[in-house]
Ligand binder design. Structure first.
Ligand code: CS2
Length: 493
């Protein structure tokens, strides 16, 4: 069997694929909650490149896996090294990344995680825990106090929720007098830093023993907003086999991604940070225009392609964008939502949108439609609904956005695609969605039942007659005529 990647084996890795800093020289300066594929393909790479540019060696990452030991088992035996495969139509480039220097499992034993957050050498706690990982109520943006895990963390057990771990870590840091720190949210939520600051404050307010903690956090902790962008499909066995071929070593931690990568960060740090701008990140006073643009253009189109593509029987996003006029549909969707966007100075939205279509069509990525379709209840508001509400408020009918919502409604109720493949509803609200639509026989009944899920739609949009009419039209067409005909009719107006 092929030898496994680790520090000693690096000597056998071709020069061009070795970490760009010597992992042995790094010390931990960042704790990252949620060390999934995205962090490894995005922030960890920026951080390594920033260290190359600055010569600093104090920004190694301690990655925390929130839900299972899987990442620990993948990375620990190989000294936390892994390969990033960057794939485009014609080529794959591989590089081993050495930034991650430790991986902890928050679910096994949280104490070392809290210790790391409290260590004076830690200056940044970053997060990628997905939308649902925050346990917030999408309609209010506040912590979901009805969530049993949140309640249990508040009662004082070793914390298992992300917000609980963050707050208990900050509490320990305050006690240790370890100094200011920055919490850097890198999830696809609007005003993500503001959201996390609010959740932390909600948790502190309810903690029986939090005397003075809220005030310390207000003074010593910053929560900058960020926009992150890189498409990172879940790794499959074939990807690990390709990494083994390229490296000549077995790598259980491989991640796959596209050549494109972007990071926009609000320049509001409580303490030192890596020079990420030297690795191509944009540091700015105001992330909001970038964030809204990315969520509505990229992620809004992504969700649309995922639901309609999966319904049409496409396994991969690159197939979806070439199927049944879905490419022109998302192009139209981007044009529809464009008036709601405050475009950053000097930014070419038309070029950005056409680059998106090329990125979606990257045939080498093999990004599954059902991966993007996951957790729709947590994604629809910021990706599609906020734009729809703003268009309606300015008197414009959000025709294509409403059709995309109809696509989601059809997806969560159809069970199987037009080619007979299963359409799993992998969503924290799936029991609620199933209960709401049980017994709903017609498109109108399904549409009304789902619009009534206020956690997703809120009260105002659900009650908007224009919106309901458009969504129902789309759902009715999708149900009666299938995806291709419904898309054609919708595009024909
Ligand atoms: C995708 C995103 O899975 C999803 O919901 O839309 O993960 C998307 O690939 C990234 O946001 C791209 O930056």
């Amino acid at each position: 069997m092929t030898r496994r990647l680790d520090l000693a084996a690096l000597a056998d890795v071709p020069d061009s694929m070795r970490p760009r800093v010597d992992p042995r020289e790094l010390s931990v300066g960042i704790v990252h909650l949620g060390i999934g594929a995205f962090h490894r393909a995005h922030q960890a790479v920026f951080t390594e490149d920033a260290m190359v540019a600055s010569g600093e060696r104090a920004w190694g990452v301690c990655g925390v896996s929130q839900r299972s030991r899987r990442v620990v088992d993948q990375l620990a035996p190989q000294d936390d090294l892994y390969a990033v495969l960057e794939r485009s139509a014609g080529a794959t480039a591989a590089r081993v990344v050495g930034t991650v220097r430790e991986v902890l499992c928050g679910c096994d034993d949280v104490d070392p995680v809290l210790e790391r957050i409290a260590a004076p050498s830690t200056r940044v706690v970053s997060l990628t825990v997905t939308e649902k990982g925050y346990r917030l109520r999408p309609a209010t943006g506040h912590l979901d106090m009805a969530d049993a895990e949140v309640t249990a963390d508040l009662a004082g057990r070793p914390p298992r929720t992300v917000v609980g771990q963050l707050v208990r870590g900050l509490e320990r840091r305050r006690r240790a007098d370890a100094g200011p720190i920055t919490v850097l949210c890198c999830d696809n939520l609007p005003a993500n830093g503001v959201v996390v600051a609010r959740l932390v404050s909600d948790f502190c307010d309810r903690m029986p023993d939090s005397v003075g903690l809220g005030a310390w956090i207000a003074q010593a902790v910053r929560f900058p907003c960020t926009m992150v962008d890189r498409i990172v499909p879940a790794t499959v066995a074939g990807d690990r086999a390709e990494a083994a071929r390229l490296l000549g070593l077995r790598d259980e931690g491989t991640v796959v991604t596209e050549p494109f990568s972007q990071w926009v960060i609000e320049d509001d740090f409580a303490a030192a940070r890596p020079g990420w701008e030297r690795a191509g990140a944009t540091l700015t006073d105001d992330v909001a225009p970038y964030e809204t643009m990315k969520l509505r253009l990229l992620n809004g189109s992504h969700s649309t392609l995922a639901y309609l593509g999966a319904l049409a029987g496409c396994e991969f996003m690159a197939d979806a964008v070439r199927t049944a006029d879905l490419g022109p549909l998302v192009e139209g969707l981007m044009a529809e939502v464009r008036p709601t966007l405050a475009v950053p100075d000097g930014f070419d939205v038309a070029a950005y949108s056409s680059t998106l279509l090329e990125r979606f069509a990257n045939p080498a990525l093999r990004h599954r439609t059902i991966q993007v379709a996951m957790d729709g209840s947590q994604k629809l508001p910021q990706r599609l609904l906020h734009g729809a509400s703003e268009l309606l408020a300015s008197g414009v009918a959000p025709r294509l956005t409403a059709f995309a919502i109809a696509g989601w409604m059809r997806y969560v109720t159809a069970g199987v695609s037009e080619t007979g493949s299963a359409l799993p509803v992998d969503d924290p609200l799936s029991p609620r969605l199933a209960a709401a639509t049980a017994g709903a026989g017609s498109a109108a009944a399904i549409c009304d039942a789902l619009l009534g899920v206020t956690e997703i739609f809120g009260a105002q949009l659900a009650a908007d007659a224009t919106f309901r009419g458009l969504v129902l039209d789309g759902l009715d067409r999708l149900t009666r005529t299938g995806v291709a005909a419904a898309v054609r009719a919708t595009l024909a107006g």
